[in-house]
Write a protein that binds this ligand. Sequence first.
Ligand code: DC
Length: 222
Amino acid sequence: MNIAIAIDGPAGAGKSTIAKLAAKELSFIYVDTGALYRAIGLCAYRNSIGSKDVPAILKMLETIKVELAFNENHEQVVLLNGEDVSALIRTPEISMYASDVSAIPQVRAFLLDLQRNMAKTNNVIMDGRDIGTVVLPDAKIKIFLTASSQVRAKRRYDELIEKGMDVNFDDVLKDVETRDYNDSHRATAPLKPADDSVIVDTSDLNLEQSVEKLISIMKERM
Ligand code: DC
């Protein structure tokens, strides 16, 4: 029986960085489900389909294939119609597109089996918004990772600057707050802590402290 650990939380809480390190420590596979929504967002964007144009997005879904693979370093790669789009999905435009398309119930249904199958065949740490509530309701450990919007925006801003992107802090903060609102107010699978999750606020923790805290929660409950 494989073990699943669900990590949910708002944009920029550090889920992916922390989950990646924790997965390495535990020899689990790390699955970043946001990348799947981002790939669908990218596809809509490339085809000049509005992120809220539901009929056009549903039509597009009929023609696309989204897959997850792992490279030789065990890092996740997301494939859109066979093309590795892992790097292309990390822009602010695609973040917002992903948030919008993720509110469409059929988009969520389209990605559900893919996510569940990953957990059937591997020990996983899976991060997203609805992993503990919808995708893997029976996950052995559920963590809801959060931090204040200011702290999350600062982390995201530093990350984008480091990648050489030309962004300003107020725009990043606005994006974080808009996505928080969208992700937690949509009708289907909104972002919220599962009743049986452990809530971890990393506002006052650095990366090492956050990883340490998560790993200690995981080891304690495994
Ligand atoms: O984790 P992320 O920031 O890469 O996710 C991008 C968007 O995808 C996010 O704003 C909401 C959506 N998402 C979702 O609805 N459910 C998930 N399990 C993961 C992401």
